[in-house]
Design a protein around this ligand. Structure first.
Ligand SMILES: C[S@@+](CC[C@H](N)C(=O)[O-])C[C@H]1O[C@@H](n2cnc3c(N)ncnc32)[C@H](O)[C@@H]1O
Ligand code: SF4
Length: 347
């Protein structure tokens, strides 16, 4: 942790959202109502930071942990949070086979969470989040089912706080549409299939056509809309990949995130099928097909270096450079946004 990010989880604000954290993510403070006091929050965060100045702190082993300093600075005087991720709701309108949550996520009608608009108003009024400098990332369950979702997105957009919204795409959200149009959000929908049949088997719902209609409407805004494909044994036929690229082209999609089932790559689920050459070929084919249709594909950070190398060999390109270039482009986009917000760039 770097003290500038935290995760909102059921009942607790955590120092990060790290699902792979071996010791469990450290708690900053309890969270049973949206009116978290800034004092309790800052005291909790200072406690976690102090604990991490020792050799057996709660975040030892995490690659994001910053080295202890002899004179730890309190990071919050007149400062801001760079990143907040939301994971305190657990209802979903999908049951994706690869999702660890899908077995315990409640049906859509039982989604419960705090009022995020109140949480963000508090943080905003206390000066802990700042326009143009804080980014909020929606995880899950499914955010569009949260009762206060649309007005929270509107509140954040109108205060120039950027959002990354991961959504199933089943429910079309007018607030997402507006945020895309205003350029305040990145939206990512994981479709993981090219045909309706594979969609129903992987996502275990019947809303394939509704999702593509949401994608089409979001993409038509010209905003930062990404369609994602988690490659694994159930969707790695080349014909499936071709159908997916055709459907992206028809919906006006410009960016494609080529991802992989993390259970197959990381040691998370011994029951998950391991990756084979077929999945790597599918990734290479997806990249080349997307490029040939004028789209911008990129590889998500979850691929291992060995997999990227083999994908590159199979596809005739350097996949590691593709992944790095995407990170550079992201930094450039961020810098351009900041300059635009400061009036240093024309529209
Ligand atoms: C847990 S979902 C919650 C948000 C929303 N319901 C959605 O599906 O986008 C957040 C992200 O985690 C990704 N995800 C879940 N399980 C995964 C897995 N086994 N491998 C790779 N990505 C996964 C989803 O594709 C999605 O982009
Ligand atoms: S839509 Fe998102 S939260 Fe719901 S089951 Fe799929 S990945 Fe999990």
């Amino acid at each position: 942790m770097d003290g500038r990010r935290f995760a909102v989880t059921p009942g607790a604000l955590k120092a990060c959202g790290g699902a792979t954290h071996k010791k469990g993510t450290p708690t900053i403070c309890e969270y049973h109502e949206p009116n978290v006091s800034a004092e309790a929050f800052l005291a909790g965060l200072a406690r976690v930071i102090r604990a991490n100045q020792t050799d057996d702190g709660p975040c030892v082993g995490c690659r994001y942990l910053q080295a202890p300093t002899k004179t730890p600075k309190h990071p919050f005087t007149g400062s801001f949070f760079a990143g907040i991720s939301l994971h305190d709701f657990c209802g979903c309108n999908s049951r994706c086979v690869y999702c660890a949550g899908s077995e315990y996520f409640l049906p859509a009608k039982y989604v419960a969470s705090q009022d995020h608009e109140i949480l963000f108003r508090n943080l905003f009024d206390s000066g802990l989040i700042e326009p143009k400098r804080t980014a909020v990332s929606w995880g899950g369950g499914e955010p569009t089912l949260v009762k206060t979702f649309d007005r929270t997105v509107q509140f954040l957009s109108s205060n120039h706080i950027r959002e990354v919204i991961n959504t199933s795409g089943i429910r079309f959200s007018p607030a997402i549409w507006r945020a895309l149009e205003e350029g305040t959000a990145t939206v990512r929908i994981s479709v993981d299939s090219g045909t309706n049949g594979t969609y129903s088997r992987v996502k275990r719902n019947r809303h394939c056509d509704d999702v593509w209609e949401s994608i089409r409407r979001y993409a038509a805004t010209g905003g930062d809309m990404i369609v994602k494909y988690i490659i694994f044994s159930m969707n790695s036929e080349i014909a499936e990949v071709e159908a997916f690229i055709d459907r992206c082209a028809a919906a006006g999609v410009r960016r494609i995130c080529i991802s992989v089932d993390v259970r197959s790559v990381w040691d998370i689920d011994p029951g998950a099928d391991r990756l084979t050459e077929r999945e790597l070929k599918a990734a290479a084919e997806m990249y080349n097909l997307a490029r040939s249709r004028g789209m911008s594909p990129y590889f998500e950070g979850v691929w291992s270096a060995e997999h990227l190398q083999r994908i590159g060999e199979l596809g005739g390109f350097n996949a590691e450079v593709v992944q790095r270039t995407n990170l550079v482009h992201r930094a450039v986009r961020k810098a351009r946004r900041l300059m635009f917000d400061r009036g240093e760039l024309p529209h």
